[in-house]
Design a protein around this ligand. Structure first.
Ligand SMILES: *Cc1c(COP(=O)(O)O)cnc(C)c1O
Length: 473
């Protein structure tokens, strides 16, 4: 093939081909960048000719030119594509940490876009024409929604825990029940974050039982804080005892300098127990009990952006705001905009709340999901009759390490293809489809749970299944 080398057209000749112009117009690349790509491709082909691995046409043929520009277009499409991309979550797990936890409401999204596109009064008081505080935009909303005196926001709840321990309990003792020394998501352990913060962890009680007297006995002149951690990602059952927040509030208030801080983990602003879902206390209740500080995530059951929300006593929150670390952990304007949008949705009552996808997904009842699944099956049987499909009762998970014991009743589609395994089918839906579709595979059946699928996305799933079905020979 070596002698074929001299038939490869020169770069300037290839550049004058109309296919080059076509790719230039459609890719958004400039001439220089696309020429670089072209050179690289021609070099690759040259090498393949030299080591006899080129399987294409002779370089003097028109077919070669077509192949070359086909490859160029493919390379460009692949190299300049986003790796962070949209996924349809057909697993039914609402706060899937690997799939980005909460989706945002329309209001949150529009507010974010507006804030990104234009200048804003992020740290500017329009009335006075003076410097303002970025905390001010969400503080009032959080105060109204939680009943707290003061509020601030940092990057995530892990950062909130760290800031609170570091700013308020460094070189002092913090009492935590052994039953609450949790690890969350692999890299976040209460014990490690405590060590990192410079506070001393004082463990009390046992794994299954901690009593009020365990806390009482641990208090001494070095004690600065009692920390209660919501054991959100696991449940202890059987012979257990934890001390209620109320009792810990009482205990800490008997001591002048002891702060009671509750890390609520998910932290809900909406009471799911009224629908008999889980037993998460609303943040407002913990604040009302008299907790000095409460922190929780923005992107778990609240349904907003990634954030760590801190609410509580004004004097303490002011200290946190002034601490050096607050600057390190501060959120950007996009997060604030998304959070403000989400919190305003809550304030609008039922209509507003139902704009928050996380809440909507939590509250879909089985009958609603079943009726959507039934419609989808009918369409699928028409469009792609080769699949074996059925409906099956199942449960959806909340995910994100929250409400581990809650199983939301649902109805899933079970799908099998006569010629490929369900694992292979699932992979095709993830890899070959745009947007990628992530499903559950269970007992060699592919399961689609519409709880986390938007009604507009059903059409995309149908089309994807049809295309994937056609590709299996
Ligand atoms: C999830 C969780 C965290 C960490 O929150 P992020 O917002 O993910 O950083 C901390 N504490 C508890 C109890 C949690 O459940």
């Amino acid at each position: 093939m070596k002698e074929w080398l001299r038939f490869i057209p020169a770069i300037h000749e290839l550049k004058s081909n109309k296919s080059f112009q076509h790719i230039l117009e459609h890719s958004g690349l400039d001439d220089l960048e696309l020429t670089k790509q072209l050179r690289f491709l021609v070099d690759t082909i040259r090498e393949q000719l030299l080591n006899e691995s080129w399987s294409g046409a002779h370089p003097s043929s028109g077919a070669f030119i077509d192949e070359l520009f086909g490859l160029l277009e493919k390379n460009v499409t692949q190299q300049y594509a986003y790796t962070l991309k949209r996924v349809i979550n057909a697993t039914g797990t609402i706060l899937h940490t690997n799939l980005g936890r909460a989706r945002l409401s329309q209001n949150a999204i529009f507010h974010m876009i507006d804030t990104a596109r234009h200048y804003s009064n992020l740290e500017y008081k329009l009335e006075e024409g003076e410097r303002g505080s970025r905390h001010s935009h969400i503080e009032v909303l959080l105060k109204v929604l939680t009943g707290a005196e003061s509020a601030m926001v940092v990057n995530n709840n892990a950062a909130a825990v760290y800031l609170i321990l570091r700013a308020l309990a460094k070189d002092k003792e913090v009492i935590v029940s052994r039953g609450q020394l949790v690890e969350i998501g692999g890299s976040f352990r209460i014990s490690s974050i405590m060590e990192e913060s410079g506070a001393t962890l004082v463990e009390v009680g046992t794994t299954n039982k901690t009593h009020l007297f365990d806390y009482e006995n641990a208090i001494n002149e070095h004690t600065k804080m009692i920390l209660k951690v919501h054991t959100s990602n696991f449940k202890t059952i059987g012979f257990t005892k934890t001390v209620e927040s109320e009792e810990l509030v009482n205990l800490s208030s008997q001591h002048e300098n002891i702060i009671f801080y509750e890390d609520l983990g998910s932290g809900v602003l909406y009471d799911f127990t009224q629908h008999r879902i889980g037993d998460e206390p609303v943040v407002k209740r913990i604040v009302e009990l008299g907790a000095d500080l409460v922190s929780f995530s923005g992107d778990k059951l609240l349904g907003g952006p990634q954030a760590g929300i801190i609410v509580g006593k004004k004097e303490l929150v002011e200290k946190l705001k002034k601490h050096q670390l607050a600057r390190v952990l501060r959120v950007d304007k996009m997060t604030l905009a998304a959070l403000e949008g989400t919190l305003l949705d809550y304030l609008k009552g039922e209509n507003g709340r139902m704009n928050i996808p996380t809440l909507r997904d939590m509250l879909w009842c089985k009958e609603e999901i079943k009726s959507r699944a039934t419609d989808l099956i009918k369409k699928l049987l028409e469009m792609a009759p080769e699949y074996e499909v059925a409906l099956m009762e199942s449960t959806s998970q909340v995910g994100g390490g929250t409400m581990p014991d809650v199983e939301l009743p649902t109805v899933v589609l079970t799908i099998k293809h006569p010629r490929v395994s369900s694992a292979a089918l699932a992979k095709k839906l993830r890899v070959d489809c745009q947007p990628a579709i992530v499903t559950r595979v269970q007992n060699d059946e592919l399961l689609i749970d519409l709880r986390t699928v938007e009604p507009e996305e059903e059409e995309l799933i149908l089309n994807a299944l049809q295309i994937v079905g056609n590709s299996i020979i």
